[in-house]
Every structure is written in C-alpha cells, then in structure tokens.
Design a protein around this ligand. Structure first.
Ligand code: NAI
Length: 508
C-alpha cells in the first residue's frame, strides 16, 4: 500500500473534535495538510474550528508564527456534516469517546465510505488498537496514533502497531508525525503503550509510601523534587491530572495485565476518588487550591541542637567518606571507633534496606541510629530515616546537624529504600520491563518518557547514571523485606546489571 506522508494535497479526516481532535487538526493544518473535521454533536466541529482559529491568531499575535501561516492553516480546515465527507481522505484519525463499541461502530461505518487505501488511525489511550481493528473489514490498515494533551505542546506521539497492523501503516504514521513537527515513537499494542505504562511506577510507589505511613504527601513530593530532580512531585502530578482520570487509568492498565503486581493501584487513590478529592480542578486533592494557587505547606523547622559525637557506618566506603566529610564540615565530632561510643549518634547509609535492617546488620543500638540517603547526593536535599526505636532527641540532633548548612532535610519513618531510592528503582524497573516485553526500543522508551512525562532523564539512562547494579540491589533488598513480587527485578535489568552494560543496550 502506498501512503505519501509528504504529499502536498494530503487529506486528513478527524472525527471527534474535542480537546484532542482539535489539537491534532491544528498541527496537521500548520503542516500543510488539508483537514476535514466531523463531530457527532451538532455545532461541536464548528466550535472546534473557531477554537483552532483563535489559537492560531493568538500565536500570530505573539509572533510565534506569521499571520500568513496562521491564515493559511485556518484555510486548510473545513467541516463535514457526515462520514460521506471522508470519501476522498488519505487518512482518518478518530478522537471520539473512549468506548470500544463506539469506536467499532465508527470504523465499520467509515469502511463503507473511504477507499481501501485510506489509513485509519485511532487516538485511543487505553483501548487495544488490535481490538478496535478487529471489527474492520481491512484490519491491517488500522494503527494507533496516540497524541498527548495539549497536542501542540506535547511534541510526542506514540505510533502503535496492532497485531494485524501492516508495516506501511506504522511507517506512514511515523513520517506523518515528523511532518507535523512531532517526535514519533513506535510501540507494540500493549496496555498503556509506552508513556502511560512507564508512568505507573512513579505514582503507585509514592502512594505505597503514603499508605505505609512513611511520610506525608508533601514530604514525598519535596524529596522527589529537590532530591531526585523530578519536575513535579507525584501528589502534585496526581492533583494536576485529576484522580477521576488517573485512577481509572491505573486500574485499567493493571487489569489488562491480569493483575501484574508491579502495576498495582492504590486503595488510597480509589477512596479519595470516591470522596471527590479529585485535585486542582475541584480545588481539593492531596493539596488545597485557591485562586492564589496551591496551599503552601511549610517545611519542618530545623532543631537548634547537634549531636556531641557521630559514628558513621563504614559498610559503604564512598558513602562513609561523604557523610564523614559532611559531619565534620557541619561542626560535629566524629567517632572513629570500630564500634560506636555509648553517647554517639550512629549513622547508616543503606541501599534498599531500611534503617532497622542496616542497624541490626552492624549490631548498633536502634535507639541511637538514624539512616541517611546518599544515593542522590547531599547538596540539594537530605532524607533522614529513623528506626521505630530511634529516640526523639537523637532524631532532633541528626535533623539539626544535617540541616545546619541550610540544605533542606526531610525526616521520614523507616522504609526499605527510603523514598527516592525505592521510587527510582520502581520507575527504572518498570521501564526495563517495557523494553523486555519489546513494547518499544530502549531509545524510544527514554525519548517517550522524557517528552511525555517531563522526567529529567529517560528512566534507562537514569538507571545507568545511578548504576544498574545499585538499582538491582535496591530491588533485591525490597523484595527480601516485603516479599512482594511487585519488587521483583525485570530480567532486562538483572542481565544488564550482571553483565555491567548500559540499560540502553538492545538485544540482537
Ligand atoms: P472529548 O470528550 O474532549 O471529545 C470527544 C468528542 O468526540 C466530543 O466532541 C464528542 O461529541 C465526539 N464524539 C463522541 N462520539 C462520537 C462519534 N461516535 N462520532 C463522532 N464524534 C463523536 O475527548 P478527548 O479528550 O478529546 O478524547 C478523545 C480521544 O482521545 C479518546 O479516545 C481519548 O481516550 C483519547 N485521548 C485523550 C487524551 C486527553 O488527555 N484528553 C490524551 C490522549 C488520548
């Protein structure tokens, strides 16, 4: 089948002109494609056309595009009242309601109108492309073209091959995406495709941390923003996307994978959804919102106390050196003894283990022991963690010491993998399993996640920079502690960590 994504007079039909349909119409028209729009709701296509017109005019006013370009793009968009209007289309993209029966019915009706060479694409985010195509006379011409909201700003599109999708379809959609100024990533038809699957790790692990009572939501957000470098904390993100969107998506992906523990949703999210605490759009989610923005939750005050003497575990030599240097620079006395003196505060720096396990491994006194996370450095944020028996005065002294130079400190309860270690390990492991399943290539996975989720690094490159061996070690410790298969390492991670190669290394 021949489809020339670059041809001048390419005609694209768009069905469903809501938030997604109109975004796709805008970028297609800006790329010189003739766009035909249709919506089942009377007046909706006209509204969409006006809205695209207004957006393009605003872009021209701001000098982002020329007035001529805006006018030309507007001139390329027209409305058709019925499906017959698509008879000459080269491609039709559907962005109607997310309902399998509606999509089946639409594609069957469309096939009675369009030519046999017309490519049919779906913008579905949670349904199977294979299942949508299954109702078609020519299922081989159906592919997924999954844009993100807002389409003109989110420069990524997943091109999805269903089981019966013919190769020319993916190739054509890839070329068309490039023409439309977007970065295409190829994905096999699997629940959540790439981005929505990869994004599960961040929020589900944060919800588990909350569920275990390890730290409050704003503390988790702060650690992951300031310490790990995420742009938004997971609870800020949940409030932005709204729980009525994200919780059903979490459930759908989990159930489509037949209750894969790595993707397990949280009962906390469901309960909050039932309570209507949806997030920003209703003014109340994990945070409360007013016209002035999100409520500001102040950081805990740094106690004005310091330990008299500090003993630092030598179990991890590099961490020992870093913490010993920091303790000295903060003005505390180091205890160099092989075993701690009776009045020393003991500091452990576990990878994947909790403070209790690390304390017992070195036969330390749990009332005088605190753990500190060194994995993400100590310059932007410090997380300290207590055992269940750590004495309050020891906790205050450690907090006072590590906050002494103005670097923010969070104090959390005992947790295998603190907060940032375990969240990052789960994010990297989820990504590894996506590439293990050959959903996409390692490079496309990292590209999709950085563009689609705004992570500072692709999860595989991030895993490399932390060290695949460290990620594997954290997961093994968590697996041993919790006994939950949620933490079982992906074969992709295990093999590359053992071989000492990059997580981006593809298989032959
Ligand atoms: P929307 O509700 O804003 O717009 C859907 C439009 O389709 C409405 O104008 C509705 O009147 C029309 N429609 C419904 N059934 C129709 C039919 N049988 N024939 C013609 N028009 C019909 O929905 P939205 O958010 O634009 O989503 C559209 C599709 O894109 C869904 O499949 C959704 O899952 C997917 N998607 C949505 C994203 C988002 O963030 N909103 C992101 C990525 C994909």
């Amino acid at each position: 089948m021949s489809f020339d994504a670059g041809k001048n007079d390419l005609v694209m039909g768009i069905i469903g002109t809501g938030v997604m349909g109109r975004g796709i119409a805008q970028i297609a028209a800006q790329a010189g494609v003739s766009v035909l729009m249709h919506d089942a709701k009377p007046g909706a296509a006209l509204d969409a056309q006006k809205s695209v017109h207004a957006t393009l005019s605003k872009l021209a006013e701001k000098g982002k595009i020329t007035a001529q370009a805006a006018e030309a793009a507007v001139g390329r968009i027209s409305i058709v009242d019925g499906l017959e209007g698509f008879s000459g289309a080269d491609i039709v993209v559907e962005a109607i309601v997310e309902n399998i029966q509606a999509k089946h019915q639409l594609f069957q009706s469309l096939e009675g109108v369009v030519g046999d060479s017309c490519l049919l694409a779906t913008n579905t985010s949670s349904l199977s492309v294979t299942e949508i195509a299954a109702g078609c006379r020519l299922p081989g011409r159906v592919g997924g073209f999954h844009f993100f909201n807002p389409v003109p700003l989110m420069k990524i599109v997943e091109v999805i091959d269903g089981i019966l999708t013919e190769p020319w379809v993916g190739e054509s959609l890839t070329a068309l995406a490039v023409r439309m100024g977007h970065t295409p990533v190829r994905a096999k038809d699997t629940p959540g495709f790439i981005v929505n699957h990869a994004g599960r790790g961040y929020v589900t692990e944060a919800l588990r941390i909350l569920g275990e009572g390890i730290a409050e939501h704003h503390v988790v957000d702060r650690i992951l923003r300031q310490g790990a470098g995420f742009r938004m904390g997971p609870f800020e993100l949940l409030d932005l996307t709204a729980l009525d969107v994200s919780h059903p998506a979490m459930e759908a992906i989990y159930n489509q994978y037949y209750q894969e523990p790595r993707l397990r949703p949280s009962p906390i999210a469901r309960q909050r959804l039932m309570a209507g605490l949806l997030g920003r759009k209703v003014g109340r989610g994990f945070y409360t919102y007013t016209a002035a923005g999100a409520e500001a939750i102040p950081e805990a005050e740094i106690p004005a106390v310091q330990p008299t003497s500090v003993w630092v575990s030598a179990a991890r030599p590099a961490a020992h050196a870093a913490i010993s240097g920091l303790v000295t620079s903060l003005g505390a006395q180091l205890d160099h003894g092989a075993i701690p003196a009776s009045d020393s505060v003991c500091i452990v720096m576990p990878l994947g283990a909790d403070a209790t396990t690390a304390c017992l491994a070195e036969n330390l006194d749990p009332t005088r022991t605190v753990a500190i996370d060194t994995l993400f450095g100590l310059d932007t944020h410090r997380t300290i963690m207590t055992t269940p028996l750590t004495a309050p005065n020891v906790m205050y002294a450690a907090h006072g010491l590590f906050g002494g130079d103005g670097v923010p400190v969070s104090v959390i309860r005992d947790s295998a993998g603190f907060v940032a270690q375990r969240v990052l390990a789960v994010v990297v492991n989820t990504a590894c399993d996506i590439v293990q399943q050959r959903v996409t290539s390692p490079c496309d996975l990292d590209r999709a996640v950085t563009l689609g989720l705004g992570y500072p690094k692709g999860p595989l490159a991030w895993g490399d920079s932390i060290g695949a061996g460290n990620i594997l070690g954290i997961l093994n410790e968590m697996m041993a502690f919790y006994g939950d298969p949620r933490y079982r390492p992906s074969p992709w991670l295990t093999r590359r960590a053992r071989l000492g190669v990059s997580l981006l290394t593809p298989e032959n």
